[in-house]
Design a protein around this ligand. Structure first.
Ligand code: OGA
Ligand code: NI
Length: 359
């Protein structure tokens, strides 16, 4: 098929997402989704030879007699990978299974039911959408998503989907469990940075009262997966992201100058350092670029839980980590400035955190 034939004038159709295109039996990737050749995942990066087993952090061991050793591994992973696989995380299987199940069923709803949650307002407590930023993106990504703001719970919950009818309960249970896990991980991360409770600049308390966003990502099978991606290279804006991926490969991280595919480990969570933790650690822990590949056979669903300070609070490099020999490397930033940045640019790559660096 020639590029001209692929362009079409179906802009309004593309705004309705890729799940719908897939359901309509699309045979070729429309021009709207075809990346310029240089941005496409090359043959080499799609090769299974480049699969990577992330460093594993055993959460049960973190809370046992080997804590110090696990803290050292945690520091190593955050400095050198920006990612780790969290095993024995303690979230009951039932909570995870119920959440995965209801997430799948949300995307199986007729489009008319999903459409109700579409919104162009980035600050909306619930937002169904497609690509990354469907208002600005010139080329679209092969991804639909449902974004749920998790707090303050009494205010946001009434906006969450009422379909499937049992959506909210597993959503709330999952959000609560991941928030608790996040807080226990942050305590360990502060300790691994050499920051003790009483001189943590109040960050732990701010994070306890901080923000959480759940993103359910849906990547339907794609007829020509080599022409597009599920998500372009980006880093996550928050402090930490806890990602539940299913057994289908797709997540790639930029590691030692190449793209490598993260091997799924059943029963674990992928955790990554976000821009805010890179800033707080004054650059010691790295918010690493990652992207998602799609494939022609399998449906892939992932659940990302993004945690940070409240939307109006500024994150700054920790005063404890700044000294004459290690001067401050970043300007402070908050969520609003991130949103402004996303709304005014393509929001991908590491442009945002680059813009916070002190030259
Ligand atoms: C994200 C993300 C990865 C995935 O939601 O920010 O990077 O595997 N998701 O879906
Ligand atoms: Ni991400």
């Amino acid at each position: 098929m020639s590029p001209a034939q692929r362009v079409g004038s179906n802009e309004a159709e593309y705004q309705k997402g890729v799940k719908r295109l897939y359901e309509n039996g699309i045979q070729h990737v429309p021009g709207k989704y075809i990346l310029p050749e240089n941005d496409r995942p090359n043959e080499k990066s799609r090769s299974p030879r480049l699969n990577l087993k992330l460093p594993e952090i055993d959460c049960a061991q973190l809370n046992g007699p080997n804590r110090d050793r696990v803290l050292a591994s945690l520091a190593y992973a955050c400095e050198n990978y920006g990612f780790f696989q969290l095993t024995n995380h303690g979230i009951p299987e039932e909570i995870i299974n119920n959440m995965s199940d209801v997430s799948k069923r949300f995307f199986e709803l007729p489009f008319a039911d999903r459409e109700k949650y579409m919104s162009s307002d980035m600050r909306s407590p619930v937002r169904y959408g497609t690509s990354f930023n469907q208002i600005n993106d010139e080329v679209f990504c092969w991804r639909d998503f449902l974004k749920l703001v998790c707090d303050p719970q009494p205010d946001v919950l009434s906006h969450w989907p009422c379909a499937p009818i049992d959506f909210k309960e597993p959503g709330v249970a999952y959000a609560k469990a991941t928030k608790l896990l996040f807080l226990s991980l942050v305590r360990a991360i502060l300790e691994s940075l050499g920051i003790r409770n009483r001189d943590d600049d109040g960050i732990l308390e701010e994070l306890e009262n901080g923000s959480q966003i759940l993103v359910i990502n849906c990547y339907p099978p794609c007829p020509e997966p080599e022409l597009t991606v599920g998500m372009l290279p980006h880093s996550d804006y928050g402090f930490l992201t806890l990602l539940l991926q299913d057994e289908i490969r797709g997540l790639q991280i930029h590691h030692r100058d190449q793209w490598v595919t993260v091997e799924p480990v059943p029963g674990s969570l992928v955790v990554n350092v976000g821009d805010h933790l890179e800033i707080f650690s004054n650059g010691r822990y790295k918010s690493v670029l990652h992207r998602v590949l799609v494939n022609s056979n399998s449906y892939r669903i992932s659940l990302a839980s993004l945690h940070s300070l409240s939307f109006n609070r500024k994150v700054q490099p920790s005063s404890i980590l700044i000294s004459q020999s290690n001067p401050r490397r970043y300007e402070g930033t908050d969520f609003s400035s991130f949103l402004e940045f996303v709304e005014s640019s393509d929001g991908t790559k590491k442009n945002f955190i680059e813009s916070r660096k002190i030259q």
